[in-house]
Design a protein around this ligand. Structure first.
Ligand SMILES: *Cc1c(COP(=O)(O)O)cnc(C)c1O
Length: 357
């Protein structure tokens, strides 16, 4: 965390509260912490990446990734002028906050949710308020709307709970929120439902997606958002040109054009194995939350120490201590079953032998 006493005289005051991202990730044999695609990169995307002509690298990439926007538009079912791309959806969230928030404007979001939201708010000199979710794991809409936020963030399925935000909740937020609504659908592929169609009815809705999770391209940093042309244009201005690099654009294009059978097959597999992992945890007496994403969130007492003990056994999962209504929790990414079996074996060992190996 930032030590205010050592603030550089020329540093921006808003950055006092901005830490460097530190998820305490020493390298480990089996990393189930970040919900990326543990089956790997889709085959045609890998080929495109390997065969990218060197000339593409010596020259600048396309200004605004027009060709990729076309392919994403076809994938999502909108027109290309309703898409904006970015260097990961993190870049989209950051640029969009900058595009719509004046200094000191309020960003409101549910707690718990994506940990980067308060950080991006502070990076853009905005204020952030978190509103604790309801016991049903639905966002507390009354509380969120009562803050009258300039930017209201929702995440569906939510990270880290895996809960899907009810459709009528999103519709109500669109009717009643005073400003822009960000709907983060990083995991929508695993839920099989999306509210992206609502952009046709609202010029204040920005739906944020990524190729980091279902598409297996996290290392290339490809995010995008969908909204009315006038809305995405503002994000485009804020983000600036040349942000998507040439390798990312060509690889993403190949994935969208040629790898959809592979991608869909692995989405289905992730969903099947998510339920199998949840069953395995239930059979051990745990009560995982219903998940619509490619991870399982399971209440486990003393989760931080359990996480450390798992790390000693070569397996990393993400602990979330003291979640409201839930308590201590582990979030486990879903991947090929042999990897999940390794996690379960390490977990059983930790539960049987205690926390310190
Ligand atoms: C992983 C994740 C993202 C970030 O994805 P990138 O496109 O890799 O930046 C955004 N939102 C949520 C909720 C996530 O879990």
């Amino acid at each position: 965390m930032t030590d205010n006493s050592q603030r550089l005289a020329v540093a921006r005051a808003a950055y006092d509260a901005v830490p460097l991202y530190d998820p305490k990730r020493a390298p480990v044999d089996l990393d189930l912490t970040d919900n990326t695609n543990l089956w790997g990169i889709p085959p045609e995307a890998e080929r495109a990446w390997r065969e990218l002509p060197v000339a593409r690298i010596t020259r600048y990439p396309t200004l605004y990734a027009a060709e990729l926007k076309q392919a994403l538009a076809a994938y999502v079912g909108v027109t290309a002028d309703m898409i904006v791309t970015g260097c990961g959806s993190d870049d989209i969230l950051d640029s969009a906050m900058r595009a719509f928030g004046e200094a000191d404007d309020l960003v409101a979001g549910p707690e718990p949710s994506f940990a980067m939201i308060p950080i991006f708010a502070r990076m853009n000199a905005l204020r952030y308020t978190g509103c604790v979710e309801l016991p049903s794991h639905q966002p507390d809409i009354e509380a969120l709307l009562a803050t009258k936020p300039k930017l209201l963030y929702l995440c569906s399925p939510n990270n880290p709970t895996g809960a899907l935000v009810a459709r009528d909740t999103i519709e109500r937020v669109l009717r009643e929120a005073p400003g822009v609504v960000f709907l983060d659908e990083a995991y929508a592929e695993f839920a099989g439902v999306s509210s992206v169609d609502l952009v046709q009815q609202s010029d204040r809705l920005l739906v944020i997606r990524t190729m980091s999770k279902a598409f297996g391209l996290a290392g290339l940093r490809i995010g995008y958002a969908i909204g009315q042309p006038s809305l995405v244009m503002e994000v485009e201005k804020s983000r600036g040109p040349y942000k998507l690099n040439a390798m990312a654009e060509q690889t993403a294009l190949a994935a969208l054009q040629h790898d959809m059978p592979w991608v869909n097959e692995h989405i289905a597999l992730a969903v099947e194995l998510r339920e199998r992992l949840a069953d395995a945890l239930r059979s051990r007496g745990f009560a995982p939350l219903a998940s619509h994403a490619n991870f399982v969130c399971v209440p486990v007492p003393d989760c931080v120490n359990v996480g450390l003990a798992l790390r000693e056994r070569g397996v990393a999962v993400r602990p979330f201590p003291g979640l409201p209504h839930i308590g201590d929790t582990l979030r486990i990414s879903v991947g090929p079953w042999p990897l999940l079996e390794r996690f379960l074996a390490a977990f059983d060992d930790v539960m049987a032998t205690g926390r310190s190996a």
